[in-house]
Design a binder for this molecule. Structure first.
Ligand code: HEC
Length: 167
């Protein structure tokens, strides 16, 4: 065989192997966690609870989480607009567990180990608006999910105003 041709084949093979190895990195067959500047900072991973807000910080939407300020008072008047919005948000976010009319008889209630509360009567109706707001925001660990990511602050107050109409 012509030695030049032989060298060409060897060079071709070497090139092919190099490309395969590089592609293995490109397609994550070998994973390398490259250092990037985005990574060198405090961050939380998907599906992980957001970092707690500093105790001396006030969120722009009002005292939604601040433990120092205490339970916030309801800034949203309970008018027809608010309760109508609240009713719709309640049917989307709460009714699966608490039932359409808040009696704690939603379609998934029978499958839950901890039964959702009847929101229409004592003790829930004796809570302050801010108390109900906090429960919606933070949930009840292991029993009810925190809905702060599903509902904006304003939407939570609309739900609170609607829950008040259930009694
Ligand atoms: C996944 C089901 C589920 C969803 C969705 C849900 N809840 Fe609950 N909720 C529960 C359960 C279970 C409890 C009872 C917790 C306990 O036993 O302390 C509860 C308790 C409550 C309480 C009383 C908390 C306490 O411990 O005193 C309030 C108020 C309440 N829910 C309001 C709401 C509102 C308003 C929504 C919608 C924005 C909502 N919940 C959505 C399951 C749910």
């Amino acid at each position: 065989m012509n030695p030049a041709f032989k060298r060409l084949i060897i060079a071709g093979l070497v090139l092919l192997i190099a490309v395969v190895v590089i592609e293995m990195f490109a397609y994550d067959v070998f994973k390398i966690s490259w250092v990037t500047f985005m990574e060198i900072q405090p961050a939380f991973q998907p599906m992980v609870q957001p970092l707690p807000v500093a105790t001396d910080a006030l969120p722009v939407e009002g005292a939604a989480y601040n433990q120092l300020v205490g339970v916030p008072s309801n800034p949203v008047p309970s008018d027809a607009t608010s309760t109508a919005r609240g009713a719709e948000l309640f049917s989307l976010n709460c009714a699966v567990c608490h039932g359409k009319s808040g009696k704690g008889d939603g379609p998934v209630a029978s499958h839950l180990k901890n039964k959702p509360y009847d929101l229409t009567s004592f003790p829930i109706q004796s809570f302050t608006d801010g108390g109900i707001f906090f429960i919606i925001s933070t949930g009840v660990p292991g029993k009810m999910p925190a809905l702060n990511e599903n509902l904006t602050v304003r939407e939570r107050w609309d739900v609170v105003n609607f829950v008040r109409t259930l009694k």
